[in-house]
Design a protein around this ligand. Structure first.
Ligand code: GAP
Length: 514
């Protein structure tokens, strides 16, 4: 099937805007970089994904290796916590990106995103260097660098750029300070205009109370996880849980990302779905493997194809100092294809966080196992997923393009996650059809999210529902008046079947379950 010229991502972003999935935040003021608002369909889709996670984590958690249901409880902690918590967690000192500023272009860049390569050109049989050029990593990096080199050659009096391989480029962060000082910045023409890399903390801060002093400085949480560690003891003391058990939380997190990009993939305000699973130290590796498999299976159950998911095991040499094992569950986004980008991290965080909070708060966070007559600080396995990033995955995965359909662009979202489950239409707005359709709508809306639509041609109404990812449309037509049947159109096949009016509810209940 021929695909339009524009990239899949730009088509998806414009569909999301046009159909009310995602809008740029503060759009009437020109937008705010890194912030997005969810429209009526996007909010419902996000809520459905959130609810599926909550149900499968907290209300009906998976069975453990012994065949018994796991014990996981829910929590909802404050976005703003005691500032000491972020000292203990390491976020105040270490949650930073290395940044460089360019004195010439006034741009600010993440140091690890700058790729450097010496580029040459030839003129009259002689090879000369254009210097150490740099470019920001990304899909078009090689093209951008080639254009820049061509321009520089023209300025130098003409010649041919010697073909180069961007795969041989070196990240700025791997160069020595002397080498860094010779680099021509990504948007600069002269060498040596980049500053030395400086740490830039990603936490947003504000002040709590009337006085805005260092003492009243507080942070917007950059992850939901720490709230769980801070309440772990209260949960242990007030619920009937004991290791192995989990505490789950869903909520907003904030990171002052230096380069928010790729739509809602990396934003400055986003939502996370995190679960901390507390286990006896000796069982840590076993539970880590369990959760990697379980989370992979879960994303597949949400309609994400196996082929687009990838378990990226982090090399031992690249693990955080406190982690014994981490796997990133990655998805093949249109902007990373054929490669993959992170969707969820499953980290074995050992007892690092609890021990840090134990030390900084001087509160004993040990678990006392009376049966085994031992006490220990539990180890933690953390499956940490992005909810808003998950919404992006669902949108990318479900986007279809087929020119033969009334709406060439349509969304094949798993029915149970679709924002609208059923469209209900009278074929024409007369002859008793609206009355039957309205009655059906009033009955069905008690169980499923339905939309009644009587405007424009039936083809246009199907097209609207396809774009919204609505799996079923029920149409009341002339035959309904005679034989009490309706047509039900299936979004995926675009086929219609006749179903008795009295059976519509049962039919939909079956198709929309799980
Ligand atoms: N508690 C561990 C933690 O926060 P993380 O890998 O930094 O780990 C977990 O974040 C997940 O949160 C990521 O896999 C991603 O899905 C999501 N996430 C992180 N930063 C994000 C951002 N700036 N925008 C959208 N989602 C983000």
């Amino acid at each position: 099937m021929a695909q339009p010229e524009t990239s899949l991502m730009s088509r998806l972003v414009s569909l999301c805007k046009r159909r009310g999935f995602v809008y740029p935040a503060s759009e009437i003021y020109g937008g705010l970089n890194g912030f997005w608002d969810y429209g009526p369909l996007g909010t419902q889709l996000k809520n459905n994904l959130r609810d599926a996670w909550w149900r499968d984590m907290v209300e009906c958690p998976p069975l453990g290796p012994d065949g018994n249901p796991l014990s996981i409880v829910g929590l909802d902690t404050s976005i703003i916590q005691h500032p000491q918590a972020w000292m203990a967690s390491g976020h105040v000192a270490g949650f930073a990106d290395l940044m460089v500023d360019c004195r010439e272009s006034k741009g600010r860049y993440r140091a690890d995103h700058i790729l450097c390569l010496e580029v040459f050109y030839e003129k009259a049989g002689q090879r000369k260097s254009l210097g150490m050029l740099s470019v920001l990593s990304g899909e078009d990096a090689a093209d951008i660098l080639a254009k820049k080199a061509k321009k520089m050659v023209q300025k130098a009096g003409g010649g041919d750029v010697v073909p180069f391989d961007l795969a041989t480029a070196t990240p700025l962060t791997s160069l020595s300070p002397a080498e860094q000082s010779k680099v021509i910045g990504p948007d600069a023409e002269n060498a040596g205009t980049l500053t030395e890399p400086r740490a830039f903390n990603l936490m947003f801060h504000t002040y709590s109370g009337v006085f805005q002093t260092e003492d009243s400085k507080v942070y917007l949480r950059p992850e939901t996880a720490q709230g769980i560690f801070l309440q772990y003891k209260n949960v242990l003391d007030t619920s009937r849980v004991r290791p192995p058990f989990g505490i789950a939380q869903i909520g907003k997190s904030f990171r002052n990302e230096v380069t928010p990009r790729n739509f809602i993939f990396r934003s400055r305000e986003f939502e996370q779905m995190e679960m901390e699973f507390f286990v006896p130290p000796e069982d840590g590796m076993m539970w880590h493997e369990f959760w990697v498999q379980e989370r992979m299976r879960w994303w597949e159950a949400q309609g994400v194809s196996k082929a687009n998911l990838y378990e990226h095991k982090i090399e031992a040499s690249e693990l955080s100092h406190y982690s014994k094992a981490t796997s990133d569950l990655e998805y093949r986004y249109p902007f990373t294809a054929p490669g993959f980008g992170e969707l969820e991290g499953v980290a074995y965080r050992t007892d690092y966080d609890l021990k840090q909070h134990q030390e900084h708060s001087r509160t004993n966070l040990e678990y006392i196992d009376q049966e085994a007559n031992r006490r220990y600080v539990p180890h933690v396995i953390e499956p940490a997923a992005g909810l808003t990033r998950g919404v992006l995955v669902l949108l990318c995965e479900s986007y279809q393009y087929d020119e033969s359909r009334a709406s060439p662009e349509w969304l094949k979202i798993k029915p149970s996650l679709a924002p609208i489950k059923v469209g209900i239409f009278p074929l024409v707005n007369k002859d008793g059809m609206p009355e039957i359709a309205e009655k059906l709508y009033k009955d069905l809306r008690k169980q499923h999210i339905c939309q009644y639509d009587a405007k424009q041609s039936i083809g246009k109404r199907y097209a609207r529902m396809d774009e919204a990812g609505t799996p079923f449309c029920v149409t009341v037509d002339g035959d309904t008046l005679k034989d009490q049947t309706v047509t039900i159109r299936n979004r995926d096949t675009a086929q219609q079947e006749r179903v008795a009016l009295s059976q519509v509810q049962t039919y939909l209940n079956e198709k929309l379950a799980g």
